[in-house]
Ligand binder design. Structure first.
Ligand code: IPM
Ligand code: MN
Length: 357
């Protein structure tokens, strides 16, 4: 008898529930194939519930979710709710309260997928961004002074702790070692301007690298230059590590180079707790309910989740199935341009997994 996993399902807003239905389909098909079981519990947290009840998230949410082996999230963000309320109140709050201090975002071009990077192939776009996920400018530290007057002051402080930086760096070094690809790690920061925050990152990076990871070549990159190389020479990269805001920004760029939000997945990881996996695109309100949104990003997030849970064969099988679909079947990753509906793509991947392809 294989293992059984308790998984919290947060479909969320917009197209979230639609892509989640396909993610769950593939999850079940892989469980069947690889001899484990999944026990799914749905939560309705999101914009609709907020509009109905006025509550963004119950205070018990994090404690409830801590009882699960993993969290699978569709999308957060509702057109009728002011920007920030749900994003901060659900997504960021859960990342923080569950101490998911790593945001792991692979940038991988699958076969058959169009990249806007001229002449680049899957062999050249395959790296991972490790984004710190609980500190930096995201802590919400700051305030206004004389708000609304001509003398207004707005301050937003980036909080970087040695402990928070170090655990993120160590995760990234370990990942570079585990990937066995180029055995390199790049720190992305801005030491020439952020002479406190980036300085702490850089010192910790070199100290840890020299002391505990002499097998991993580690280099420092400025974030602006990194954007240039992500377009021009993505093949240089293996693992990149960076702070919360820089990570947010460069992973949208990375996602576009791997074919866009239809395929980009990420994991909010607490290596000692419960982790949450999500497609990194938004809730795409204008495509809601049309059965045209691309579910591959959500399906790939499911694969990352199984990998994290230790079901590495099932995770790899899902990724292979996605690659077969992008190489041989799906015309375009954009919503409404796939040549298949949302549910058909889910059926196809579930079938490929079941067939052991
Ligand atoms: C992401 C998103 C979130 C972030 C938003 C929705 C708060 O852009 O997951 O990258 O900034 O982290
Ligand atoms: Mn983002």
């Amino acid at each position: 008898m294989g293992k059984s996993y308790n998984i919290a399902i947060l479909g969320g807003d917009g197209t979230g529930p639609e892509v989640m239905a396909e993610g769950v389909k593939v999850l079940k098909s892989s469980a069947q194939k690889f001899g484990f079981s999944v026990n799914l519990t749905d939560f309705d947290w999101g914009g609709e519930r907020y509009k109905r009840t006025g509550e963004v998230l119950p205070d018990s949410a994090a404690d409830t979710l801590r009882q699960f082996d993993a969290i699978y999230l569709g999308a957060i963000g509702h057109p009728d709710v002011a920007p920030g309320i749900l994003e901060k109140g659900i997504l960021l709050r859960l990342r923080f309260e569950l101490d998911q201090y790593i945001n792991l975002r692979p940038v991988k071009l699958y076969p058959g997928v169009d990249t806007p990077l001229k002449d680049k192939t899957p062999a050249q776009i395959d790296y991972v961004v490790v984004r710190e996920n609980t500190e930096g400018l995201y802590v919400g530290n700051g305030g206004f002074f004389k708000k609304g007057t001509a003398d207004e002051v707005a301050i937003q402080t980036s909080v970087n702790t040695r402990k928070g930086v170090e655990r993120c760096l160590r995760f990234a070094f370990d990942l570079a070692r585990k990937r066995k690809k180029k055995n390199t790690l790049g720190l992305v920061a801005k030491t020439n301007v952020l002479t406190y925050a980036s300085n702490l990152w850089e010192r910790a990076f070199h100290e840890i690298g020299q002391k505990d990871y002499t097998d991993i070549q580690h280099d420092y990159y400025h974030v602006d230059a990194t954007c240039m190389w992500m377009v021009k020479n993505p093949e240089w990269f293996d693992v990149l590590v960076t702070d919360n805001l820089f990570g947010d920004i460069i992973t949208d760029l990375g996602a576009m180079t791997q074919g866009g939000m239809g395929i980009a997945a990420g994991g909010n990881i607490n290596p000692n707790g419960v982790s949450m996996f999500e497609p990194i695109g938004g809730s795409a309100p204008k495509y809601t309910g049309k059965n045209v949104i691309n579910p591959l990003a959500c399906i790939c997030a499911g694969s990352m989740m199984l990998d994290q849970l230790g079901e590495t064969e099932a995770a790899a099988a899902i990724e292979r199935a996605v690659m077969k679909a992008t190489a041989e079947k799906i015309k375009d990753l954009g919503a409404g341009r796939m040549g298949y509906s949302t549910t058909q793509v889910g059926d196809m991947i579930a079938q490929f997994v079941a067939d052991g392809m």
